[in-house]
Design a protein around this ligand. Structure first.
Ligand code: FAD
Length: 584
């Protein structure tokens, strides 16, 4: 099967299709992008499965859940304008950190900084070091950029990804990065809502709609108060009372909750179990691919704090195509344009040391040795732990890493023979026991757009028991869950929608498992070894293990290197002098 794609072409053309005006007035915003290429209009008009439906918009406007008895949900494909993020404190702070690099004094002798790992953390480190006038040499083990946002093209030209990725308004460093690279238009912003499937009512959804007219946190409070399908009023009141200490106690309180799992904390605060079941299982799985009986409560409180304190904090966007080309390549081009290097297929096998315990060079699997003035490890924490030299193992900074362990997760893609109707142009919380979030990428993402067939991308979590099983078993289990989400359209035995093909991407060790008491083990970017630094979503930064966390960690790492410029230059000079033979 070869899908028609509409990347960078007709998608941006404006169209006049019945329903547009209703969509605008209900949403209260002018859509900037419609997912329909002009060449596809005819196909759309004749399609029985996709149409611009007013019905679902009316329901949405009333804040009701989608009721199948009123007719199947009509898939409305619509992007929203980029929200005004520029004036938030967090955005300005992140922008200031970016300008620190551009405005820092140009080094007389640029440092050569060797970086292991071209995920977002390594790419960000390289970008900001290059901005500060230094020369990063970024070495990636695999033949693809991006690490956990890596993606591959199959023989039909269809992309499949390591993970379904969502960008939030409350990602100030990512939002700055997109602006700095001139690629703001690559984020497809969706309606400000969170949409949850209703397990007890197969095929139905319940939503939290954040009104445009209210400031934060009132828009979030309004969204919660207006939803009466998932939580009853007494449950909402008890939950709010439970959260009160977090609101009053601020950051100190949030940090102190790292000792509790989400379930323990809910019990301690007298929050009914049903709140946990209705909301926090879905949230825990979306945040860290584990259940609330394992996740640290600190993680939830940080997320609530970040997402609810800004008006557009919880607004979501999809990248408009595959991450390696649409996000990583612009960073690589930028780094190269400033004299940096990015090399694929360059796996670091060993960190070789000098007699004083500092890094001598990185030894690659192909036998080459790469030397620099400073060294950065931006690999996942599990890889770093394998490569920490014996001599460093007893240093508490490295010893504490033992507590940080990557959590397994599986990303499933299924291409169907038809356009599914019971879906939406947004991220959906499945609330199934096996699945976390999912999206019909043939609707949400320009490059994956297809007017005739759906491609569901689903995060399968918790995956501990599944990561060792075969793809066929995983697809069978996924289909059973999908039959509940699409009761009219999908049956586990494929007697309804047929699978055209699938891809399963397993990540046995993904982001670190945020169980209680991990926070003190997260390392600062500057290590106790002179000239050796860490970057990665697991390192110390105020965002969770996320794309935002990875980019921020790269910035903080680059900042440490820039601040250490004099020390690093001195060290390099010394080692050069020791290599020069002394004249007799
Ligand atoms: C299924 C899934 C869904 C997700 N969804 C979201 C989401 O919606 N929103 C969000 O913000 N975050 C999400 N995340 C998390 C996000 O992807 C990560 O937090 C982030 O990408 C991590 O970036 P990183 O650079 O720290 O690490 P990585 O991306 O893991 O990068 C590390 C790099 O190091 C390389 N490497 C490893 N060993 C070596 C070696 N020996 N030598 C050289 N290179 C090496 C790796 O190949 C890799 O490229 C998701 C993750 C997954 C798996």
């Amino acid at each position: 099967m070869r899908r028609q794609t509409s990347m960078d072409t007709g998608c941006l053309s404006s169209m006049n299709i019945t329903g547009t005006s209703q969509a605008r007035s209900f949403a209260g915003q002018l859509p900037t992008h419609r997912c329909f290429a002009s060449s596809s209009i005819q196909a759309l008009k004749s399609s029985q499965h996709v149409s611009f439906g007013v019905k679902s918009l009316v329901l949405r406007n009333k804040g009701k859940r989608f009721r199948r008895r009123l007719g199947a949900l009509q898939v409305v494909c619509q992007d929203f304008p980029r929200p005004p993020l520029e004036n938030t404190i967090n955005f300005l702070e992140a922008g200031q950190l970016s300008s620190f690099f551009r405005n820092s004094e140009q080094p007389t002798k640029p440092l050569q900084v060797v970086i292991a790992g071209a995920g977002l953390a390594g790419l960000s480190t390289a970008k900001y070091l290059a901005d500060a006038g230094h020369k990063p040499i970024l070495l990636e083990a695999r033949d693809v950029l991006g690490g956990k946002i890596a993606a591959w093209k199959d023989e039909d030209g269809d992309w499949y990804e390591t993970g379904l990725h969502i960008f939030f308004g409350a990602y100030p460093n990512i939002q700055n990065l997109f602006g700095e690279l001139g690629i703001n238009d690559r984020l497809q912003w969706k309606e400000h809502s969170m949409i949850f499937a209703m397990p007890n009512k197969p095929g139905e959804f319940s939503r939290f709609d954040f009104p445009e007219t209210l400031p934060a946190p009132l828009n979030g409070i309004w969204a919660i108060l207006r939803n009466n399908e998932m939580l009853t009023w007494p449950e909402k009141v008890k939950f709010a009372l439970g959260l009160l200490p977090a609101m009053v106690g601020g950051q100190a309180y949030v940090e102190a909750q790292d000792g509790f799992t989400v379930s323990e904390w809910m019990k301690k605060q007298g929050v009914p179990d049903r709140v946990n079941d209705e909301v926090f299982i879905a949230m825990s799985k979306a945040l860290n691919f584990i259940n609330p009986d394992e996740l640290s409560m600190q993680c939830i409180l940080i997320a609530l704090n970040r997402f609810l304190q800004e008006k557009h904090g919880s607004k979501m966007a999809f990248l408009d195509g595959n991450p390696p080309e649409r996000l990583c390549m612009p960073i690589v081009d930028h780094v190269r344009s400033l004299g940096g290097e990015v090399r694929l297929n360059s796996r670091i096998q060993k960190i070789e040391l000098n007699p004083d315990g500092t890094v001598k060079h990185f030894a690659l699997t192909d036998g080459t040795q790469i030397t620099g003035d400073a060294y950065v490890f931006a690999t996942p924490v599990d890889i770093l732990k394998l490569l920490v030299p014996q001599e460093w193992k007893e240093i508490s900074y490295f010893k504490k890493l033992e507590k940080l362990v990557g959590v397994p997760v599986i990303n499933v893609h299924i291409w169907f023979d038809r356009k599914l109707k019971n879906t939406y142009d947004h991220l959906l919380f499945s609330r199934s026991s096996l699945l976390s979030v999912y999206a019909d990428m043939s609707v949400t993402c320009k490059e994956y757009y297809d007017p005739n067939r759906s491609m569901l991308e689903l995060v399968f979590a918790p995956a501990e028991e599944w990561v060792g099983r075969s793809d066929t078993e995983i697809i069978e289990a996924t289909m059973q869950e999908l039959a509940k989400l699409f009761p009219d359209e999908i049956a586990a035995d494929q007697s309804k929608a047929k699978i055209l093909k699938y891809h399963v991407v397993k990540t046995p060790r993904s982001v670190y498992k945020t169980i209680p008491d991990c926070e003190p083990c997260r390392p600062l970017q500057r290590s106790p070894i002179e000239g050796f630094y860490l970057a990665g979503d697991y390192t110390k930064q105020k965002y969770l293990a996320s794309m935002e966390g990875a980019v921020l960690s790269g910035k903080l790492c680059a900042q440490s290197v820039v601040e250490d410029y004099k020390m690093l230059s001195r060290r390099s000079l010394k080692s050069l002098q020791s290599e020069v033979p002394v004249a007799s």
